[in-house]
Design a protein around this ligand. Structure first.
Ligand code: AMP
Length: 398
């Protein structure tokens, strides 16, 4: 799929104030950034701006402040950390709009970089308020969006500014995310396999419906497994169940029978008496005893899923196979991470959705052995649901 929006390579940067929406929504504890993945991911874009003689005006949100300044969500520590990674001073200002901020931006020399304070300290950001958009737009000559993780939100800094400032171009990270996900969905090499896990069917139903006609196989693990089991009349003990989705799960299985998509459910589960227990045993899919609940896919399912992925040429994985945050229940998810690395080495394109599967990939130590790990959980999910992302739609067409 050709990328049909302007990219940072298509626009003039020299001498320009480049408003660059970045995704610096990173975990900060005691003034320290504890995971710098998103900072590193946007380095190529910021380097391009400053090396081309542009003035990089970086803006992001961090966490969920309530539309007013809150020191707990200040981006100040992020400026320092990003400066270290960039190898260059990143100036910081304690607001993102207003006369003082405009002065600071206007006094930048070519090739300099400044980070504005948290956009969500103003409630105009989430409301995409026209006055707030106008104030932000006063800080810029051109606009670049590299914040894939926020592209599914129609906020002032993602959808508002490009309505006023043109050209509006995608940064390298945004481009890379969209090219990987876009190509996987629109023009995959077959067999194309989707692996979906996580807690609930309700969170993934649109992904299932959008991907079923496109994929050759759909492997299902995680908590949503048990609603599918229930739909088949299996005994699921105390496993996670969405009563109101049983019918829908049955319909998906029914639809699969007459489609070209093979839906593969686990054949066994790792079970425990509760989520704090460290004692586990294995149960056949249809026979989880009363008083026990499924916490991970079982050993035979791990093997089955490996087999179903062995010949895959394109794989999208979103959602853990079990309650992987707890060590005794994490094997299915970590084995899946290892399988992803394995099949990538054999030539498959492997794309890991953000959030929990991305963090499992990192914890597994295989993160640099898959094709692409998305930096945006919600955004990648909405993309896989087939939805348009407002932050992308707003960019200038080629
Ligand atoms: P999601 O945000 O829907 O991708 O769900 C991720 C969460 O699903 C993780 O926190 C997992 O602990 C949880 N999860 C995965 N498998 C199970 C399961 N069998 N029972 C309960 N929760 C699960």
């Amino acid at each position: 799929m050709a990328f049909d929006k302007l990219t940072i390579d298509d626009i003039e940067l020299k001498g320009k104030r480049v408003f660059c929406r970045v995704d610096f929504n990173v975990p900060v504890e005691n003034g320290q950034v504890t995971d710098d993945t998103r900072l590193r991911a946007t380095l190529p874009t910021v380097k391009k701006i400053i090396e081309s003689g542009g003035k990089a005006v970086l803006a992001s949100h961090l966490g969920r402040p309530k539309g007013e300044p809150d020191p707990a969500f200040s981006l100040k520590p992020v400026a320092a950390e990003f400066g270290k990674l960039l190898g260059k001073e990143v100036k910081f200002v304690d607001d993102c709009v207003g006369g003082k901020i405009k002065e600071a931006v206007d006094s930048l020399s070519d090739g300099e970089c400044i980070l504005l304070e948290n956009l969500r300290f103003h409630d105009g950001e989430k409301k995409n308020d026209p006055d707030f958009v106008k104030q932000l737009a006063e800080l810029a000559d051109v606009y670049v969006n590299d914040a894939f993780g926020t592209a599914h939100r129609a906020h002032a800094s993602t959808a508002g500014i490009p309505g006023i400032i043109q050209p509006a171009a995608a940064g390298y990270l945004m481009q890379k995310e969209l090219e990987y996900l876009g190509k996987a969905v629109a023009d995959p090499k077959h067999p194309f396999v989707a692996v979906l896990g996580g807690a609930k069917i309700s969170g993934k139903i649109d992904v299932i419906n959008n991907l079923m006609p496109k994929v050759d196989r759909l492997l299902i693990g995680g908590g949503m497994t048990y609603t599918f089991f229930k739909a088949q009349g299996y005994k699921i003990g105390n496993s996670l169940l969405e009563e109101d989705r049983i019918e829908m799960a049955g319909e998906i299985l029914e639809k699969a029978k007459s489609s070209d998509c093979e839906v593969v459910l686990p054949v066994d589960s790792l079970i425990a008496e509760n989520l704090d227990s460290t004692e586990t045993k294995t149960a056949l899919a249809e026979e989880i005893p009363d008083g026990w609940l499924g916490v991970d896919i079982g050993p035979d399912s791990i093997k089955l899923f490996e087999t179903k992925l062995a010949d895959a040429k394109t794989v999208v994985w979103n959602g853990p196979m079990g309650v992987f945050e707890k060590k005794p229940f994490s094997e299915g998810t970590f084995k899946m991470a290892a399988t992803m690395a394995d099949i990538t080495q054999r030539g498959a394109i492997t794309i890991i959705g953000g959030g929990d599967s991305a963090s499992a990939m990192k914890k597994s130590g295989y993160a640099d052995r898959v094709s692409h790990i998305s930096t945006g959980g919600g955004a990648s999910l909405e993309f896989l649901e087939g939805k348009e992302l407002p932050g992308v739609v707003a960019l200038t067409d080629k």
